[in-house]
Ligand binder design. Structure first.
Ligand code: FES
Ligand SMILES: [Fe+2]
Length: 348
């Protein structure tokens, strides 16, 4: 079947979209840049500090000035391109950023404060023309969100269902209690699809996630353009809220205010990096490792499945019919198709 017909005639994305280097490259430009990415918890960045990170191979520097909101910049000195901070260094207390190459010095707001030996440049030199390149940055839900393009979908739209269904929970102050990262031998879309797939939970996670989410007959769904929600009654009262968000992020809220964030960042067509952050009130810290172990138990069940599916897709699978409990996958794939547009067809 020709790729256009293949793409239009089937409910799920065709298997070739999960193994193509060209699709993977196009996704970074046409999909990832439309969205905001949670890069850190605000508790990791106290006033007067900075934190170097990498997002989709872009070097990023977060800073928290003594007053005002957090800021995000390319971690790249405008003079000759050197990183201002080492991405392995973690959070560093600092009042200003001094480039390790020629010593240009910037404020935490990105303004160039001094260039070394300024009087001796061959042409007149204006400090104000050489700030750090800043990126869109917002603080929401104790998380620092960054966009890699100047015109992303508004964060309020990306998180619309979260704001409508979990606003009081979202606004609770939280700290990062535990985190883990792991590489999966799976395209990010298989891992994201799997985390949106409510059809497999009772079978693949009978003693883990299924216990948390309860009987399928009580599932409550909401879908918007960018977000999906599965809400299930929780044994402790209230609801357990499972949000699947574009591009590859999942937010799980417990009624007591705990929040687990799971995301699958692409690493080429055949791999992704799974990140798990557990957030909550600081007094929950003593139980955080046990909570992380619980989450990692069901994620290990998923790892085996998504890595096996990656091999199956690569062997030319035609995906089977969609189930009602897979509606969250279809919703996210509809947005993906919309934003990828002709690039998806042209990439095959
Ligand atoms: S590269 Fe930063 S001061 Fe030269
Ligand atoms: Fe799963």
């Amino acid at each position: 079947m020709d790729p256009q017909a293949d793409l239009r005639s089937r409910p799920f994305l065709p298997a070739w979209a999960y193994g193509s280097t060209q699709v993977a490259a196009a996704e970074l430009e046409l999909y990832a840049k439309h969205f905001w990415h949670p890069l850190a918890c605000a508790s990791q960045l106290p006033p007067g500090s900075c934190l170097a990170l990498t997002l989709l191979d872009q070097p990023i520097l977060l800073s928290q000035p003594l007053d005002g909101p957090p800021r995000a910049f390319l971690n790249r000195c405008p003079h000759r391109g050197v990183a201002l901070q080492d991405p392995g260094a973690g959070t560093l207390a600092c009042r200003r950023l001094v480039c390790p190459y020629h010593g240009w010095t910037y404020g935490l707001d990105g303004v160039l404060l001094a260039g070394a030996r300024e009087a001796d440049f061959l042409e007149p030199f204006e400090r104000s023309a050489w700030p750090l390149q800043d990126l869109a940055c917002q603080l929401l839900g104790s998380l620092i969100w960054v966009a890699l393009a100047p015109d992303p979908i508004p964060l309020a739209e990306q998180l619309d269902l979260v704001q409508e269904e979990a606003r009081p929970l979202l606004d609770q102050p939280r700290v990062l209690l535990a985190s883990a990262t792991q590489e999966l031998a799976s395209n990010w879309k298989i891992a994201h699809d799997n985390t949106l797939d409510d059809y497999h939970v009772a079978i693949a996670h009978p003693t883990t996630l299924h216990r948390e989410q309860g009987p399928v007959r009580h599932y409550r769904y909401r879908l918007s353009r960018c977000a999906t929600l599965l809400a299930t009654p929780h044994a402790a009262g209230g609801e357990f809220l499972t949000f699947g968000l574009a591009p590859w992020t999942h937010l799980l809220f417990w009624p007591d205010g705990r929040l687990a964030l799971i995301q699958f960042l692409p690493k080429g067509p055949g791999h992704c990096q799974m990140g798990v952050w557990l957030l909550g009130r600081p007094e929950l810290e003593p139980g955080a490792q046990a909570w992380l172990a619980e989450i990692q138990t069901f994620l290990a069940e998923d790892q085996a499945l998504v890595e096996a599916a990656q091999i199956g897709y690569a062997s030319g699978l035609v995906p089977g019919p969609p189930h009602r409990l897979e509606q969250r996958i279809l919703q996210q794939q509809a947005l993906y198709r919309e934003l990828m547009g002709d690039a998806l067809i042209g990439s095959n």
